[in-house]
Design a protein. Sequence first.
Length: 169
Amino acid sequence: MKYLITLLFIIIVFPSTAQLPEDPSLYFDFWIGEWEASWDEGEGKIGKGTNSIKRILDNKVILENFEITEGQSKGFKGTSISVYQTAIKTWKQSWADNQSTFYYFKGKTDGDNRIFQTEILEADDGRKITQRMVFKDIKKESMTWDWESSVDGGESWKLNWRINYTKIK
C-alpha cells in the first residue's frame, strides 16, 4: 500500500513529459490543437500570439497557422505543413510567412525533444550555418518551443527565441 501511495504521489506531483510514441508518424501529434503563445521581449514586455495546428489531407499532413497578436511583431503570420514521409522514414516541414521568409526543415528527435532543422549551409567566410526549432518540456497542456541557430554546423547552439505554449483546446 505504501508503494502505491508513493507511486501515485510521484505521478501527480511530477508529471512526465510526453514520451515518443512507437509510431514515428505520430511524433508531432502532441502539437495538434489550439495554442496561446507568449515570450519575453525584454524590458518587461511580453509578446503574445496564437497557433492553430490540425491534421489535413486524410490525416497525413499537419497544418500550422501562427499569428503574433501583441508585441513588437504584431501582425506577423506564418504557416507550415509537416509530413512524415513513410518511404524514407523522415519528417519534413516547409514554413512560409508574411515577411517573405521560407524555410525547409528535416525532423528528428533528441530524447523526448522533437526537432525541425534546416540543412547546414556554408557561408563565404567558412561558417556552417543551420537553424532549428526544438519542441521540449512537452506536456498535455503546455510545451516550450526554442528557435536556435548555429554557425559551426550544429556543434553549439544559440537561443534566439523561446515561446511558452499553453493549449486552449
